[in-house]
Design a binder for this molecule. Structure first.
Ligand code: PGA
Length: 223
């Protein structure tokens, strides 16, 4: 199974989400080959801003596209104003991104917090996409997938080369069973290059996922 995961970050409002869905749904619905692959060969996951998870999920459910959360609370249900728990998310989405470098740098997310979030997600059955910036970030057996995202490659156009990514996979000691994703300036022009190896199972995509045509094109290159 290959994975193409969109991380919209905090970059979409409702009207833009509606527009994105209209364009993307039209493209997917007309593509019989891609629709078939979405059943068992390619997993497409959209991680919108939290207020739109249900909306996006409802729109894409019948074409086998899943939704995920970009973050979850480290807390159990309780009196924690503003928090979004894994228990609340589990009924509206399947995946959770945990430990993204922007959460580490902008919101001071520590390894301790990341470990708690992974535990919450796994207790409530959310599949986790654990982001690591390099081999000094901690690895957790609890994580379902690992996304290697070097900070210097995120949103810069300076995408990492394939050898660096493959080397990182072995330094990170990732087992064969754990899907290993790369993220950092992946787009429709450079995605095919990464498919030359069977060591990369998919991609976490920020900027290029904001354009539905571009994201669709990326999906078609993965099949
Ligand atoms: P990018 O972001 O595709 O814009 O580099 C990737 C990410 O932050 O997950």
């Amino acid at each position: 199974m290959k994975y193409l995961i969109a991380n919209w970050k905090a970059q979409m409002i409702l009207a833009e989400t509606t527009q994105w869905l209209n364009v993307f749904y039209r493209l997917i619905s007309a593509d019989e080959i891609l629709k078939k692959k979405l059943k068992n060969e390619l997993s497409l996951v959209i991680c919108p801003p939290a207020p739109f998870i249900v909306y996006v999920g409802d729109h894409l459910n019948n074409v086998n596209i899943k939704v995920g959360s970009q973050n979850i609370s480290s807390m159990n249900r309780g009196k924690f104003t503003g928090e979004i728990t894994a228990e609340a998310l589990k009924d509206i989405c399947d995946y959770a991104i945990i430990g993204h470098s922007e959460r580490r740098s902008e919101f001071n997310e520590s390894e301790e917090t990341i470990a708690l979030k992974l535990t919450q997600a796994s207790q409530h059955g959310l599949k986790t996409i654990h982001c690591v910036r390099n081999y000094s970030d901690k690895r957790y057996d609890l994580a379902d997938m690992v996304a290697y995202e070097p900070v210097e490659a995120i949103g810069t156009g300076a995408n990492a080369d394939i050898n660096t990514i493959v080397q990182m996979k072995s330094k990170l000691n990732i087992s064969h069973q754990t899907p290993f994703l790369y993220g950092g300036s992946v787009d429709s022009k450079n995605i095919s290059h990464y498919l030359d190896t069977d060591k990369i199972d998919g991609f976490l995509v920020g900027t290029a996922s904001l354009d539905p045509q571009e994201f669709y094109l990326m999906a078609t290159k993965m099949i």
